[in-house]
Design a protein around this ligand. Sequence first.
Ligand code: ADP
Ligand code: ZN
Length: 284
Amino acid sequence: MIAGIELGGTKTVVATGTAGGLVHEEWRFPTTTPAQTLAQALGWLAERGVPEAIGVAAFGPVGIVKGRPAYGKVLATPKPGWADFSIVDPLLEAFPGVRVTLDTDVNAAVLAEAKLGAGQGVEDLAYITIGTGIGAGILSGGHLIHGALHPEFGHFKVPRMPGDGFAGVCSFHGDCLEGLASGPSIAARWGTAAADLAVDHPAWDTEAWYLAHGALALLGIVSPARVIIGGGVSQAEGFHAKTERILNEIAGGYFLPLGETPYVVPPLLGQQAGIVGALLLTGV
Ligand code: ADP
Ligand code: ZN
Protein backbone atom coordinates (compact mmCIF):
# COMPACT_ATOMS: atom_id res chain seq x y z
CA MET A 1 0.00 0.00 0.00
CA ILE A 2 1.24 3.46 -0.98
CA ALA A 3 -0.08 6.47 0.94
CA GLY A 4 -0.08 10.23 0.52
CA ILE A 5 -0.78 13.00 3.01
CA GLU A 6 -1.25 16.63 2.03
CA LEU A 7 -1.06 18.85 5.09
CA GLY A 8 -2.61 22.20 4.30
CA GLY A 9 -3.11 25.30 6.36
CA THR A 10 -6.87 24.84 6.34
CA LYS A 11 -7.48 21.30 5.10
CA THR A 12 -5.67 17.98 5.13
CA VAL A 13 -6.00 15.22 2.53
CA VAL A 14 -5.00 11.61 3.07
CA ALA A 15 -5.07 9.01 0.31
CA THR A 16 -4.10 5.54 -0.76
CA GLY A 17 -2.92 5.05 -4.32
CA THR A 18 0.11 4.31 -6.46
CA ALA A 19 3.62 5.75 -6.69
CA GLY A 20 2.56 6.80 -10.20
CA GLY A 21 0.11 9.31 -8.73
CA LEU A 22 -3.15 7.39 -9.13
CA VAL A 23 -5.49 7.99 -6.18
CA HIS A 24 -7.45 4.91 -5.09
CA GLU A 25 -9.29 6.40 -2.13
CA GLU A 26 -9.03 9.75 -0.37
CA TRP A 27 -10.43 11.65 2.62
CA ARG A 28 -10.41 15.44 3.15
CA PHE A 29 -10.85 16.97 6.59
CA PRO A 30 -10.11 20.29 8.32
CA THR A 31 -6.60 20.80 9.70
CA THR A 32 -6.81 21.29 13.50
CA THR A 33 -4.04 20.78 16.07
CA PRO A 34 -0.97 18.93 14.78
CA ALA A 35 -1.43 15.92 17.08
CA GLN A 36 -5.12 15.54 16.22
CA THR A 37 -4.60 16.09 12.48
CA LEU A 38 -1.85 13.47 12.24
CA ALA A 39 -3.84 11.03 14.42
CA GLN A 40 -6.88 11.39 12.14
CA ALA A 41 -4.85 10.79 8.98
CA LEU A 42 -2.99 7.82 10.48
CA GLY A 43 -6.19 6.31 11.91
CA TRP A 44 -7.81 6.46 8.46
CA LEU A 45 -4.75 4.81 6.89
CA ALA A 46 -4.52 2.09 9.55
CA GLU A 47 -8.08 1.04 8.72
CA ARG A 48 -6.88 0.36 5.18
CA GLY A 49 -3.65 -1.48 5.88
CA VAL A 50 0.04 -0.89 6.50
CA PRO A 51 1.65 1.44 3.98
CA GLU A 52 5.14 0.61 2.72
CA ALA A 53 5.70 4.26 1.77
CA ILE A 54 4.09 7.57 2.67
CA GLY A 55 4.61 10.77 0.68
CA VAL A 56 3.94 13.92 2.65
CA ALA A 57 3.28 17.32 1.07
CA ALA A 58 3.32 19.95 3.82
CA PHE A 59 2.77 23.66 4.17
CA GLY A 60 5.98 25.49 5.03
CA PRO A 61 8.27 26.40 6.43
CA VAL A 62 9.21 22.81 7.14
CA GLY A 63 12.53 20.94 7.39
CA ILE A 64 12.64 18.73 4.30
CA VAL A 65 16.36 17.99 4.00
CA LYS A 66 17.14 14.56 5.49
CA GLY A 67 20.03 14.55 7.96
CA ARG A 68 19.52 18.13 9.14
CA PRO A 69 18.35 18.72 12.72
CA ALA A 70 15.15 20.37 11.51
CA TYR A 71 14.21 17.43 9.27
CA GLY A 72 10.53 16.59 9.56
CA LYS A 73 9.67 19.60 11.70
CA VAL A 74 7.35 22.48 11.02
CA LEU A 75 9.42 25.64 11.55
CA ALA A 76 8.56 29.32 12.18
CA THR A 77 4.86 29.34 11.39
CA PRO A 78 2.28 31.71 12.82
CA LYS A 79 -0.12 28.73 12.94
CA PRO A 80 -0.74 28.09 16.66
CA GLY A 81 0.76 24.86 18.03
CA TRP A 82 2.53 23.83 14.82
CA ALA A 83 5.99 25.40 15.19
CA ASP A 84 8.59 22.75 16.06
CA PHE A 85 6.12 19.87 15.69
CA SER A 86 7.56 16.80 13.95
CA ILE A 87 5.25 15.53 11.26
CA VAL A 88 7.49 12.55 10.48
CA ASP A 89 7.85 11.00 13.97
CA PRO A 90 4.13 10.12 14.34
CA LEU A 91 4.25 8.32 10.96
CA LEU A 92 7.24 6.21 12.01
CA GLU A 93 5.60 5.43 15.35
CA ALA A 94 2.35 4.35 13.69
CA PHE A 95 4.06 2.31 10.95
CA PRO A 96 7.59 1.30 12.04
CA GLY A 97 9.93 0.96 9.08
CA VAL A 98 7.68 2.87 6.67
CA ARG A 99 9.54 4.87 4.03
CA VAL A 100 8.63 8.55 4.40
CA THR A 101 9.27 11.16 1.70
CA LEU A 102 8.55 14.70 2.81
CA ASP A 103 8.45 17.82 0.68
CA THR A 104 6.65 21.15 0.47
CA ASP A 105 3.10 21.36 -0.84
CA VAL A 106 4.30 23.42 -3.79
CA ASN A 107 7.07 20.98 -4.70
CA ALA A 108 4.47 18.20 -4.62
CA ALA A 109 2.25 20.30 -6.89
CA VAL A 110 5.00 21.04 -9.42
CA LEU A 111 5.87 17.33 -9.51
CA ALA A 112 2.23 16.38 -10.09
CA GLU A 113 1.76 18.96 -12.84
CA ALA A 114 5.02 17.86 -14.50
CA LYS A 115 4.06 14.18 -14.53
CA LEU A 116 0.32 14.35 -15.11
CA GLY A 117 -0.79 17.95 -15.59
CA ALA A 118 -0.02 21.20 -17.40
CA GLY A 119 3.75 20.64 -17.39
CA GLN A 120 4.01 17.19 -18.96
CA GLY A 121 7.35 16.73 -20.65
CA VAL A 122 8.71 19.97 -19.16
CA GLU A 123 11.80 19.33 -17.02
CA ASP A 124 12.30 22.96 -16.02
CA LEU A 125 9.03 23.98 -14.52
CA ALA A 126 7.79 26.37 -11.84
CA TYR A 127 4.49 26.18 -9.99
CA ILE A 128 3.38 29.33 -8.20
CA THR A 129 0.40 29.26 -5.86
CA ILE A 130 -1.54 32.36 -4.80
CA GLY A 131 -3.98 31.71 -1.99
CA THR A 132 -3.75 32.55 1.69
CA GLY A 133 -0.01 32.69 1.04
CA ILE A 134 2.27 32.71 -1.99
CA GLY A 135 4.84 30.01 -2.70
CA ALA A 136 6.60 28.30 -5.57
CA GLY A 137 7.74 24.77 -6.26
CA ILE A 138 10.56 24.42 -8.76
CA LEU A 139 11.63 21.50 -10.93
CA SER A 140 15.07 22.01 -12.47
CA GLY A 141 16.39 19.46 -14.96
CA GLY A 142 13.68 17.12 -13.70
CA HIS A 143 14.77 17.48 -10.04
CA LEU A 144 12.92 19.24 -7.26
CA ILE A 145 14.88 22.18 -5.83
CA HIS A 146 15.30 22.12 -2.05
CA GLY A 147 18.24 24.33 -1.16
CA ALA A 148 19.34 24.60 2.46
CA LEU A 149 15.73 24.91 3.67
CA HIS A 150 13.47 25.28 0.63
CA PRO A 151 12.74 28.27 -1.58
CA GLU A 152 10.56 30.93 0.04
CA PHE A 153 9.35 32.54 -3.16
CA GLY A 154 6.53 34.44 -1.46
CA HIS A 155 8.80 36.32 0.89
CA PHE A 156 11.26 38.17 -1.32
CA LYS A 157 11.00 41.91 -1.84
CA VAL A 158 9.45 42.79 -5.20
CA PRO A 159 9.74 46.26 -6.74
CA ARG A 160 6.90 48.60 -5.92
CA MET A 161 4.26 49.21 -8.54
CA PRO A 162 4.50 52.94 -9.29
CA GLY A 163 2.07 54.83 -7.07
CA ASP A 164 1.37 51.88 -4.76
CA GLY A 165 1.51 53.01 -1.13
CA PHE A 166 -0.10 49.91 0.42
CA ALA A 167 1.93 48.75 3.44
CA GLY A 168 1.51 45.01 2.84
CA VAL A 169 0.22 42.32 5.22
CA CYS A 170 3.09 39.87 5.79
CA SER A 171 3.59 39.50 9.55
CA PHE A 172 7.33 38.94 8.98
CA HIS A 173 8.18 41.40 6.17
CA GLY A 174 5.25 43.71 5.48
CA ASP A 175 5.60 44.31 1.75
CA CYS A 176 7.20 41.14 0.42
CA LEU A 177 5.44 39.54 -2.60
CA GLU A 178 3.05 37.65 -0.31
CA GLY A 179 2.44 40.82 1.71
CA LEU A 180 1.47 42.69 -1.46
CA ALA A 181 -0.33 40.06 -3.52
CA SER A 182 -1.73 37.15 -1.46
CA GLY A 183 -5.48 36.64 -1.04
CA PRO A 184 -5.51 38.36 2.40
CA SER A 185 -3.44 41.20 0.93
CA ILE A 186 -6.02 41.77 -1.82
CA ALA A 187 -8.83 41.76 0.75
CA ALA A 188 -6.98 44.26 2.97
CA ARG A 189 -5.99 46.50 0.05
CA TRP A 190 -9.40 46.74 -1.64
CA GLY A 191 -11.78 45.92 1.21
CA THR A 192 -13.29 43.03 -0.79
CA ALA A 193 -12.30 39.35 -0.92
CA ALA A 194 -10.44 38.41 -4.11
CA ALA A 195 -13.21 35.97 -5.00
CA ASP A 196 -15.75 38.81 -5.02
CA LEU A 197 -13.82 41.35 -7.13
CA ALA A 198 -15.23 42.03 -10.60
CA VAL A 199 -13.11 40.86 -13.51
CA ASP A 200 -12.54 44.49 -14.65
CA HIS A 201 -11.55 45.74 -11.17
CA PRO A 202 -8.15 47.52 -11.11
CA ALA A 203 -7.08 45.03 -8.43
CA TRP A 204 -6.33 42.54 -11.21
CA ASP A 205 -3.86 44.88 -12.94
CA THR A 206 -2.03 45.34 -9.65
CA GLU A 207 -2.12 41.60 -8.95
CA ALA A 208 -0.80 40.65 -12.40
CA TRP A 209 1.90 43.37 -12.15
CA TYR A 210 3.26 41.87 -8.92
CA LEU A 211 3.04 38.28 -10.10
CA ALA A 212 4.79 39.18 -13.37
CA HIS A 213 7.67 40.64 -11.34
CA GLY A 214 7.70 37.50 -9.21
CA ALA A 215 7.80 35.35 -12.33
CA LEU A 216 10.62 37.49 -13.76
CA ALA A 217 12.70 36.71 -10.66
CA LEU A 218 12.18 33.00 -11.30
CA LEU A 219 13.20 33.48 -14.93
CA GLY A 220 16.33 35.31 -13.88
CA ILE A 221 17.38 32.67 -11.36
CA VAL A 222 16.12 29.23 -12.40
CA SER A 223 14.94 29.77 -16.00
CA PRO A 224 11.80 27.65 -16.14
CA ALA A 225 10.47 26.69 -19.58
CA ARG A 226 6.92 27.15 -18.33
CA VAL A 227 5.31 28.82 -15.31
CA ILE A 228 2.10 27.39 -13.87
CA ILE A 229 0.11 29.66 -11.57
CA GLY A 230 -2.50 28.01 -9.34
CA GLY A 231 -4.24 28.67 -6.03
CA GLY A 232 -7.60 30.30 -5.36
CA VAL A 233 -6.65 33.82 -6.48
CA SER A 234 -5.33 32.61 -9.86
CA GLN A 235 -8.85 31.56 -10.82
CA ALA A 236 -9.74 35.17 -11.68
CA GLU A 237 -10.73 35.25 -15.35
CA GLY A 238 -7.94 36.29 -17.72
CA PHE A 239 -5.32 36.37 -14.97
CA HIS A 240 -2.72 34.17 -16.66
CA ALA A 241 -2.82 36.01 -19.99
CA LYS A 242 -2.59 39.40 -18.25
CA THR A 243 0.40 38.25 -16.18
CA GLU A 244 2.13 36.88 -19.27
CA ARG A 245 1.56 40.17 -21.13
CA ILE A 246 3.20 42.20 -18.35
CA LEU A 247 5.98 39.64 -18.01
CA ASN A 248 6.75 40.03 -21.72
CA GLU A 249 6.87 43.82 -21.35
CA ILE A 250 9.23 43.82 -18.38
CA ALA A 251 11.44 41.06 -19.78
CA GLY A 252 12.45 43.53 -22.49
CA GLY A 253 13.01 40.87 -25.13
CA TYR A 254 15.31 39.00 -22.77
CA PHE A 255 14.84 35.94 -20.55
CA LEU A 256 11.89 34.17 -22.13
CA PRO A 257 13.21 30.74 -23.06
CA LEU A 258 12.17 28.89 -26.18
CA GLY A 259 9.71 31.66 -27.05
CA GLU A 260 7.05 29.28 -25.86
CA THR A 261 3.47 30.58 -25.72
CA PRO A 262 1.45 30.46 -23.68
CA TYR A 263 4.20 30.63 -21.08
CA VAL A 264 2.13 31.40 -17.97
CA VAL A 265 -0.59 28.76 -17.67
CA PRO A 266 -3.16 27.47 -15.16
CA PRO A 267 -2.73 24.06 -13.54
CA LEU A 268 -4.56 21.05 -14.98
CA LEU A 269 -4.92 19.05 -11.78
CA GLY A 270 -6.50 21.84 -9.72
CA GLN A 271 -7.37 20.73 -6.19
CA GLN A 272 -5.80 17.31 -6.78
CA ALA A 273 -2.24 18.51 -7.42
CA GLY A 274 -1.16 18.31 -3.77
CA ILE A 275 -2.35 14.81 -3.00
CA VAL A 276 -1.29 13.41 -6.39
CA GLY A 277 2.12 15.00 -5.77
CA ALA A 278 2.28 13.44 -2.30
CA LEU A 279 1.79 9.98 -3.85
CA LEU A 280 4.40 10.75 -6.54
CA LEU A 281 6.90 11.77 -3.85
CA THR A 282 7.09 8.12 -2.75
CA GLY A 283 8.73 7.36 -6.10
CA VAL A 284 11.27 10.21 -6.02
P1 ADP B 1 -5.51 28.25 0.70
O1 ADP B 1 -4.32 29.07 0.34
O2 ADP B 1 -6.00 28.52 2.09
O3 ADP B 1 -5.35 26.80 0.38
P2 ADP B 1 -6.96 28.99 -1.77
O4 ADP B 1 -5.83 28.58 -2.62
O5 ADP B 1 -8.30 28.45 -2.09
O6 ADP B 1 -6.75 28.74 -0.21
O7 ADP B 1 -7.03 30.59 -1.85
C1 ADP B 1 -7.96 31.34 -1.12
C2 ADP B 1 -8.02 32.74 -1.73
O8 ADP B 1 -8.48 32.65 -3.10
C3 ADP B 1 -8.98 33.70 -1.05
O9 ADP B 1 -8.30 34.93 -0.88
C4 ADP B 1 -10.15 33.84 -2.02
O10 ADP B 1 -10.75 35.11 -1.93
C5 ADP B 1 -9.46 33.63 -3.36
N1 ADP B 1 -10.34 33.11 -4.41
C6 ADP B 1 -11.10 31.99 -4.36
N2 ADP B 1 -11.79 31.83 -5.52
C7 ADP B 1 -11.45 32.87 -6.32
C8 ADP B 1 -11.81 33.25 -7.66
N3 ADP B 1 -12.68 32.55 -8.39
N4 ADP B 1 -11.25 34.38 -8.16
C9 ADP B 1 -10.37 35.09 -7.42
N5 ADP B 1 -10.00 34.79 -6.18
C10 ADP B 1 -10.52 33.68 -5.62
ZN1 ZN C 1 6.94 37.86 3.91
